[in-house]
Design a protein around this ligand. Structure first.
Ligand SMILES: NC(=O)c1ccc[n+]([C@@H]2O[C@H](COP(=O)([O-])OP(=O)(O)OC[C@H]3O[C@@H](n4cnc5c(N)ncnc54)[C@H](O)[C@@H]3O)[C@@H](O)[C@H]2O)c1
Length: 268
């Protein structure tokens, strides 16, 4: 590493809970590439997580914000611009949570206030983040916003439960908001569709261990790790991808286009 790809760029990074988090690795990688940023997470996650360690390591400030609260997000955006000393160049939305999954409710037995809460946290929060940035005119021209998603938005993975629907919505928001942000402010908005990854959120999905091994055997390049995801994300934050917008970008070692692999056939 060390291309100085993000020298002079300022950003906001959501979702670093612990050292396994994709957002944690991204923060470290952005730091190594010369970017500065504010870290944020839900107030409750801060008490459970270790975000202060990451803040110290990367010379960042932490501003708590519940991504479902417009008030918190407006405050976050205003403070980030103030602390960083200028408008924002990059934003990572790395947030996901399903109450139905947490409470062990099957997709065919959803409790709808759980569904609504999970949707607000995992999907609508992306619109809220974009709208806060947009209304405050807080993004620099040619800035870049990335959210993380999973292929269950396109193809069925039964245990992914209502998160599949949340990810479909999230990916749609990237396209819809990406149009307005592109047209009016030259800002790009994309989603990265990441391999299954051993994090707190990932391991919450039923049967995760079997599934991650299956994906490993199905992907010609193997699963993409959290660090691989961080590396890909910084290319999207850099000036080298300025015309990439409104895309859902698969970052999965080739899984999404593989029908079957020799290793999987041999298991039968
Ligand atoms: N781990 C995987 O297998 C995998 C695969 C594809 C995509 N993703 C996506 O990557 C993203 C990051 O997840 P991760 O795997 O690093 O797990 P993680 O558990 O480390 O991160 C999820 C984060 O969401 C935060 N969060 C939850 N509710 C919030 C709220 N109300 N406001 C603000 N933040 C809130 C949590 O505090 C946590 O930091 C998620 O969008 C997830 O769906 C993960």
């Amino acid at each position: 590493m060390g291309y100085n790809l993000l020298k002079g760029k300022r950003g906001i990074i959501f979702g670093a809970l612990d050292a396994n988090s994709i957002a944690w690795k991204t923060a470290q990688t952005v730091h190594a590439e010369g970017g500065t940023f504010v870290l944020t997470n839900a107030p409750i996650a801060m008490r459970m997580g270790q975000i202060d360690e990451l803040a110290k390591e990367t010379g960042s400030e932490v501003i708590p914000a519940d991504a479902t609260s417009v008030e918190d997000l407006d405050n976050l955006v205003a403070k980030a611009v103030e602390i960083l000393g200028g408008k924002i160049d990059f934003v990572l939305h790395s947030i996901g949570m399903s109450v139905n999954v947490r409470k062990g409710r099957a997709y065919t037995d959803e409790k709808y206030d759980f569904t609504a809460k999970g949707w607000d946290v995992s999907a609508l929060s992306f619109h809220k983040v974009l709208q806060s940035l947009y209304k405050a005119d807080a993004m620099n021209e040619w800035g870049s916003v990335v959210a993380l998603t999973y292929m269950a938005a396109q193809r069925t993975f039964p245990d992914y439960n209502d998160m599949a629907d949340n990810k479909a919505y999230l990916e749609s928001v990237a396209r819809s908001f990406g149009y307005f942000f592109g047209k009016e402010k030259n800002v790009r908005v994309n989603t990265i569709s990441q391999s299954p990854t051993a994090t707190t959120a990932g391991q919450g999905v039923k049967g995760f261990d079997g599934f991650i091994s299956y994906a490993e055997k199905m992907s010609p390049l193997g699963n993409a790790s959290a660090q691989d995801c961080a590396d890909y994300t910084i290319t999207l934050f850099s000036d080298l991808t300025r015309k990439v917008t409104m895309q859902n970008l698969f970052h999965d070692g080739g899984f999404s286009n593989t029908g079957v692999s020799q290793e999987v056939i041999e298991k039968f």
